[in-house]
Design a protein around this ligand. Structure first.
Ligand code: ADP
Length: 368
């Protein structure tokens, strides 16, 4: 019987439990034995009872649970070959040679590296005398499939990452709450949302809440951003708007690559002549990650989980590691490293201040 292991890694996101549930049950449906690895790569490296066999009923009720019930962690040991060697040994000792990983681009990069290195890890285990060539014969290849779990929607090549719509909904809900009190006191609020490198959450929250102004990393503000923001806010106020909402991503920048902070925006709204707004800062922080997944993320988790099991069973040593994506409402398989590299290009474009390229890369679909 084929054994398939499932793990969650990197930052948690709503929908990860839905992924585990779908993979466990689809694996059983396909006649395989599902395993889960607790605590991300940490569990893979440490092994033991962090790798456990799952039954159909073990994931009952998981679809509506937030976070990840099998845990996630940052794991320094997996950056080292010794850690990955221990991981290979742990998988083989359980008879596992197929792995499904739900995480961000870091986790998926680690996965691809592990798969590429696998034949040499196997050789080393044989040379060390841990296993005989005969014992290792069924494990010559490791098949890995990636799923993107991230609240930031920060992977190129997929329209949505698992969890991003839950985080966006939570932000919208929080802004609605703030708006009621803002408008009562005629106040301004500067709301900081997650997104160090990717402004999707801030931008979409701005659109979905009708915010006065947004700041995101990919669209750095020109030198006149102060005048620009103030004149827009002033205009809205003149039209009778009693609340001012400015949404700022953690990684907001100006044209010179300098950070724009919520404090800078607040001081401006409060001190600018003619505005002088009573201004508060709200940092939404980890509430954006919490809670149950919205319907879209549950659907994405389930459909992509099913596809991931199919993909890992169909993978051959020749096929590149794939990531399950959604493009124009279709669940598709894409080469994992292409998606990671295109994502890195966005980061590079931002660093080099080629922001138009960065925006283009985010929006563009990549052909395979
Ligand atoms: P995310 O998956 O959310 O992007 P990280 O970048 O923190 O999160 O990666 C999660 C974990 O994946 C790391 O703690 C590490 O164990 C593993 N990892 C990330 N990048 C690599 C890499 N280049 N090589 C090996 N392991 C990696």
């Amino acid at each position: 019987k084929k054994k398939i292991a499932i793990m969650t890694s990197g930052g948690d996101s709503p929908g990860m439990n839905g992924v585990v549930r779908a993979c466990v049950r689809m694996a059983i449906h396909m006649g395989c034995d599902p395993y889960v690895i607790y605590e991300g790569y940490e569990g893979l490296v440490r092994g033991g009872d962090l790798i456990r066999k799952m039954e159909w009923h073990d994931v009952r009720g998981w679809l509506s649970e937030g976070g990840t019930l099998i845990g996630t962690a940052r794991c320094m040991a997996f950056f080292e070959r010794a850690g990955r060697l221990a991981a290979a040994k742990n998988l083989i000792s359980q008879g596992i040679d197929a792995l499904i990983i739900c995480g961000g681009d870091g986790s998926l990069t680690g996965a691809d590296r592990f798969r590429a290195e696998w034949p040499s890890l196997i050789q080393e285990l044989e040379a060390n005398g841990e296993y005989t060539a005969q014992q290792l014969a069924p494990y010559r290849h490791l098949n890995i499939v990636g799923l993107v779990g991230s609240i930031d929607n920060d992977l190129s090549g997929t329209d949505a990452t698992i969890g991003c719509y839950s985080a966006l909904s939570r932000i919208c809900y929080a802004v609605d709450l703030i708006e009621a009190t803002a408008s009562s006191h005629s106040r301004a609020f500067v709301i900081e949302v997650m997104g160090r490198h990717c402004g999707w959450l801030a931008l979409m929250a701005g659109v979905a809440t009708g915010a006065d102004f947004t700041f995101i990393p990919e669209k750095p503000r020109e030198d006149n951003w102060r005048e620009e923001m103030c004149s827009i806010v002033e205009h809205h106020r003149k039209q009778g708007k009693r609340k001012t909402i400015v949404i700022i991503a953690e990684g907001a920048l100006d044209r010179h690559g300098n950070k724009i902070t919520p404090e800078m925006v607040k001081d401006l709204l409060a001190d600018k002549k003619g505005l002088g707004l009573d201004t508060r800062i709200t940092t939404l922080g980890h509430v954006q990650r919490g809670g149950t997944a919205v319907a879209y993320d549950r659907m994405l988790a389930t459909l992509q989980g099913v596809e991931a099991v199919k993909a890992v069973l169909e993978a051959t040593p020749e096929t590149p590691t794939c990531v399950i994506a959604i493009n124009e409402n279709k669940i598709v398989r894409k080469p994992l490293m292409q998606a990671v590299q295109d994502t890195k290009k966005v980061a590079k474009a931002i660093e080099s201040q080629d922001f138009d390229l960065a925006m283009g890369l985010r929006d563009t679909e990549f052909s395979e």
